[in-house]
Design a protein around this ligand. Structure first.
Ligand code: SAM
Length: 181
């Protein structure tokens, strides 16, 4: 992401909001956790175990090193893997997070099916991503989904009780629930 910009400045606010949202729904899995900055924030604040999965081994190495530096490696459980085929048992998690990763997943419907599989009934799914048509798209030269598209994909994947709000002009926070069936 390069030099400091308004989106980098938003990080503490976004991490805090996500940590608050998942505090009552553990265990937590950060899907496509990257270098583990969010995981580190949640684990150090809560003292709870937190799981992370990412397809990039180099990102996971950075996440492991960060956790060691912060003295929280005993709380952080990292796995190399694909969001489209998660290496976790059914109904393993109380919350799932996708921060800045929804748009990165190649076969998103498949990944969303996996989120439904590994989440416990009543569990939460938090998505934070830039949306189509905003400044982030130009800054990072990437394509994002519109908010309606995100909501429709989550609904189609079996999630309900969706709430959405903006953390910044084009950064959306979506919370969804897997309702008991
Ligand atoms: C923009 S980064 C966001 C990382 C982190 N969530 C954050 O906010 O800093 C997107 C991440 O998605 C990961 N990724 C892309 N496709 C993936 C997939 N199919 N399964 C798991 N991780 C994936 C990348 O390796 C990268 O770490």
């Amino acid at each position: 992401m390069g030099k400091q910009n308004v989106y980098d400045d938003l990080e503490p606010k976004i991490h805090k909001r996500i940590a608050e949202a998942v505090a009552d729904a553990v265990p937590v899995l950060d899907i496509a956790c990257g270098d583990g900055r969010l995981i580190g924030f949640i684990a150090s604040g809560s003292g709870c175990n937190i799981y992370g999965v990412d397809i990039s081994v180099s990102h996971l190495t950075a996440a492991r090193e960060k956790a060691e530096t912060r003295g929280i490696s005993h709380l952080v459980l990292l796995a190399a893997g694909d969001a489209q085929k998660l290496c976790f048992l059914d109904k393993s998690f109380g919350s799932l997070i996708m921060l800045y990763s929804l748009h990165e997943i190649q076969h998103l419907p498949q990944a969303l099916e996996e989120t439904r599989r590994v989440l416990r009934p009543g569990g939460k799914f938090i998505v934070v991503d830039p949306i189509k048509g905003g400044k982030a798209e130009t800054l990072w030269n990437e394509s994002y989904y519109g908010l309606e598209e995100i909501e429709s994909m989550l609904t189609h994947a079996g999630f309900s009780e969706l709430t959405s709000d903006f953390l910044y002009d084009d950064i959306v926070f979506v919370s969804a629930k897997l309702v008991l069936s």
